[in-house]
Design a protein. Structure first.
Length: 186
């Protein structure tokens, strides 16, 4: 009798597991799929604006950093060559992309560092008129200013993106360049 009862319990268990397997093979219902799609759409709707803001700030930060680096190299070139180096930062709009070029030339108007051409989508321009030009000179001592003339105040190159965020590169009279995510650096 115990064996019959055990066999009966096993057959019930097997039939229940077969039914569960059949239910699991049916897949998802349309409502379940629609709920998952709605959750993904809401998540994307919340993420996209933040991603776009991050992208414009990142592009502005990268452009500012590249200009800061080019100014450092120009200062070193002025000291190594014992001459005055003029760095010119120019923005030219050509929708949908904008081009920012940085040239470093000596007194003979020869490029001492390969010109830097930055193609950007969101950096609107350089200095007060956004399509302006900024010029920085380093003398043979690596100080800010032309040969024999020292400048007493820092020179600032500002960059703005199309959302109104402004970063700046400040060159101290000592020739040291720093950049910060503000209109003016401390």
């Amino acid at each position: 009798m115990a064996i019959a009862h055990l066999l009966s319990a096993m057959s019930t268990l097997l039939s229940t597991s077969v039914e569960r397997r059949a239910q699991a093979d049916r897949g998802f219902t349309l409502i379940e799929v629609m709920i998952v799609v709605a959750i993904i759409a809401i998540g994307a709707g919340l993420a996209v604006p933040n991603y776009l803001i991050w992208q414009t700030r990142s592009e502005l930060r990268d452009t500012t950093s590249q200009i800061w680096q080019q100014l450092g190299w120009a200062r070193m070139a002025a000291m190594n060559r014992n001459t005055t180096i003029t760095v010119t930062v120019t923005a030219s709009p050509s929708p949908p992309f904008k081009t920012i070029s940085v040239t470093s030339r000596d007194t003979a108007n020869t490029d001492v560092i390969s010109p830097l051409i930055i193609t950007t989508r969101h950096v609107a321009g350089v200095n007060a008129p956004l399509n302006g030009t900024a010029t920085v000179q380093f003398n043979s001592l690596g100080l800010l200013g032309a040969s024999g003339f020292a400048v007493a105040t820092p020179q600032v190159v500002t960059l703005a993106n199309d959302t109104g965020i402004t970063y700046s590169v400040s060159v101290a009279p000592s020739g040291k360049a720093t950049w910060c995510p503000k209109t003016t650096c401390p």
